[in-house]
Design a protein around this ligand. Structure first.
Ligand code: PMP
Ligand code: GLN
Length: 375
């Protein structure tokens, strides 16, 4: 019997495949198409000739763990113990899956805020848990009344994704205070905080759960070097969690992957000495403004994008089609690929929204916009 009888192929594979088949400009799946930093390539080439080819310690290369600790202290004023509170993972995807596998038992409920990233629900279901999907507000901020009503004695975990994929929404200080007040009554609930876009914020700075003493002792934070360093194919991420949680996560991790690709870990460790994460938001801010500017002449309504490298648009002025059909037409007829937002809702809520990824060269964004403004 299938563990995931109704789970289709990931929308990211579906749309990228269709984009390739039709030679469309691919603004669907979230990955950069600009060159990787030449300094990162130089380190990679050099280290390939060194002794970096065998298993690393299970939790990760020690120098990389140290650098993550430094980064966390510098960025979020949180001191972490590298021997017990950080784990390198094969991308955030494996981190998230491992966390859910470690803590979710049959019948445990996990609150997921819709629209939600596609890997959460299936990971909960494979663990035998029950995904409880709650809609965010109209403006994609969290609705704490709805979350409170969804909490039961079986609630084991809440998954928070901030900055948010697909909408780009960022939690405010008030959101965090409301969340903390709500959770005070439920000390047993764990938080899985997916912060893979932590370095991409435009409107106001990203607030990490790392900076929230009231939350972090029961939280697991997922990050992704794929996103932060523009190398999504390297599939290296990490988790931060207090020891009492991390020890359980490591038990699963050691039998799922044991240790993550050694070369990328060594390269990233060295690269972290020279990379400046404050440049990431600046670089994407330029691309965001360029893309928004280019679309101004179009019939698409541009929604706020506070963070991440995604821009959601409403296309009701352009078509009555449902978002999957319209996204397909956009590829086959107009040569641009986007992600339909309805797939991120449990009930397929279709508000005629598409997500475009603007982590692309200016030339790509200009070429895509030229097609989009003709519609
Ligand atoms: N969470 C979110 C919200 C994402 O957008 C992604 C895609 N990068 C992931 C997790 C998975 O990250 P990774 O590619 O590092 O597995
Ligand atoms: N996170 C990427 C996105 O949202 C896709 C990752 C994947 O393809 N699984 O587009």
């Amino acid at each position: 019997m299938s563990k995931l009888p109704n789970t289709p192929a990931s929308i990211f594979s579906v749309m990228s495949k269709l984009a390739n088949q039709h030679k469309a400009i691919n603004l669907s799946q979230g990955f950069p198409n600009f060159d990787v930093d030449s300094r990162l390539l130089e380190i990679s080439t050099r280290l390939l000739n060194e002794n970096v080819h065998q298993y690393t310690p299970m939790a990760g290369v020690p120098s990389l763990l140290n650098k993550i600790a430094l980064l966390t202290e510098k960025g979020y004023q949180r001191k972490i113990d590298t021997s017990s509170e950080v784990l390198i993972t094969t991308g955030a995807t494996q981190g998230i899956y491992t966390v859910i596998t470690a803590f979710i038992n049959s019948g445990d409920e996990v609150i997921i805020l819709d629209p939600s990233y596609d890997s959460y629900e299936p990971s909960v279901m494979v663990a035998g848990g029950k995904p409880i999907r709650i809609s965010l507000n109209e403006d994609y901020s969290p609705n704490f009344n709805r979350i409170a009503s969804a909490i039961t004695v079986n609630t084991k975990m809440i998954i928070v994704n901030n900055p948010h994929n697909p909408t780009g929404k960022i939690w405010t200080e008030q959101d965090f205070e409301d969340f903390e007040t709500l959770l005070e009554k439920y000390p047993q609930i764990l938080i899985l905080s997916d912060e893979v876009y932590e370095y991409i914020s435009f409107k106001h700075p990203h607030i990490s759960v790392n900076t929230r003493p009231k939350l972090r002792d029961r939280a697991i934070i997922a990050s992704s070097f794929g996103k932060s360093l523009h190398v999504t194919g390297w599939k290296v991420g990490y988790l931060i969690a207090p020891e009492h949680l991390m020890s359980e996560i490591k038990k699963i991790h050691q039998f799922l992957v044991f240790s993550v690709n050694s070369i990328s870990q060594h390269v990233i460790s060295e690269y972290l000495d020279i990379v400046d994460f404050s440049e990431v938001s600046q670089m994407y801010q330029k691309k965001r403004l360029l893309f928004q500017d280019l679309l101004k002449g179009s019939k698409f309504e541009i929604l706020p994008s506070e963070g991440t490298y995604f821009q959601v648009v409403n296309y009701s002025e352009v078509s009555n089609k449902n978002d999957m059909d319209f996204a397909t037409e956009l590829i086959t007829k107009y040569g641009v690929a986007a992600i339909p937002i309805s797939v991120f809702y449990e009930d397929g809520t279709d508000k005629k929204m598409l997500r475009f990824c603007f982590a692309k060269t200016d030339e790509t964004l200009i070429a895509a916009a030229e097609k989009l403004i003709t519609i």
